[in-house]
Design a protein around this ligand. Structure first.
Ligand code: AVJ
Length: 320
């Protein structure tokens, strides 16, 4: 059997149908909003990789520091024979974990909505680790999780701080769904960006080079291309702000003047008042007691909490 298998749990047209629903509901409600998953077409994914290299965007570097420092302990604590990674993307983060888990590791199950990212990551990993079996899943893990029957114990990794994109109720549902897919002896490794000073947080989402602004505006290009819309990115300003009540960063697109966006595929015209804002992402920042409480509420037993030297980002290990 080939060491690389790919399973599509998403119907080809499922993403198109989901985009239509999200745009129709999100742009006709007040305030307007779109889910952040639509950022990640090929160009958006490239812009995000560029963001991870920006001086202001510390989360990727901070998480990599923790992963390199703690991968041996994670391997020893879990004895994982299968590593499942949700939202694997380029799997760049995963290499440190994989190397520590090998040679005990039998299977790697990367899960992502992007088939091209999965194929690219699988090829790269197998080129250097021929003993590994990769079972890639094209899936939107926010819509439920069905894992392939691989050998246990399993370690599910959800890294990058992407859990911060989910609103509190969505996080509750997501963590419960992950817990329901696991068996005693399995574990979850969760990456969470941490609450810190507002200036550092806002700069990480509004970099001087404007890469995050381009990333944010790219969602307009996705809607234009996929749904035949005519939004002009030049009509919108990138906004990044810290919401101290919810302890999350918000990214928004603010209309520079009154305008209307025609969306041909939905036979819809969307008016924007001058200064009206469309929320495109929340990125929640966490505290140790909050993460512990959310993991416990989902039926996990939090067991380890590690941060980088500067205490900017944390990895939590929780067992089932
Ligand atoms: C990939 C969702 C973790 O929330 O920090 C980066 C996405 N948005 N810059 C984040 C993002 C703006 C990133 N996550």
């Amino acid at each position: 059997m080939s060491p690389f298998q790919l399973t599509r749990t998403l119907a080809e047209d499922a993403m198109d149908a989901a985009l239509r629903v999200d745009v129709l509901h999100g742009l006709t409600r007040t305030p307007k909003e779109l889910p952040p998953k639509w950022f990640y077409d090929a160009h958006g994914s490239e812009l995000f990789e560029e963001i991870t290299r920006l001086p202001e965007y510390y989360p990727t570097r901070a998480e990599r520091e923790v992963l390199i420092a703690r991968a041996p302990e994670i391997a020893a604590a879990t004895g994982a024979r299968t590593l499942v990674e949700l939202g694997s993307g380029s799997s760049e983060k995963t290499q440190h974990l994989l190397d520590a888990l090998l040679p005990g590791l039998e299977s790697y199950v990367p899960v992502d909505v992007s088939e091209s990212a999965l194929k690219g990551a699988g090829d790269a990993l197998l080129a250097e680790r021929p003993a590994l079996r990769v079972h890639a899943l094209v899936a939107d893990f926010t819509q439920g999780i069905v894992l392939p029957p691989t050998i246990g114990p399993r370690l599910v990794a959800f890294l990058g701080g992407t859990i911060g994109n989910l609103l509190p109720e969505e996080r509750r549902e997501f963590l419960r769904a992950v817990r329901a897919a696991l068996l005693p002896g399995d574990a979850l490794l969760l990456g969470t960006d941490l609450v810190k000073d507002e200036a550092t947080l806002v700069a990480a989402y509004d970099d001087a080079a404007g890469v995050t602004a381009a990333f944010n505006k790219n969602v307009l290009a996705v809607v234009n291309r996929e749904l035949g819309a005519d939004a002009d990115p030049a009509d919108f300003d990138h906004v990044a702000l810290w919401d101290p009540k919810h302890e999350w960063i918000e990214m928004r697109l603010r209309a520079r003047h009154a305008l209307a966006v025609k969306i041909r595929e939905l036979d819809l015209v969307v008016p924007f008042e001058a200064g009206e804002e469309l929320r495109t992402e929340v990125s929640a920042k966490f505290r140790q007691d909050g993460v512990r409480a959310e993991l416990t509420a989902a039926g996990f037993a939090p067991s380890r909490w590690w941060t980088d030297e500067q205490g900017r980002f944390a990895l939590s290990l929780a067992t089932v």
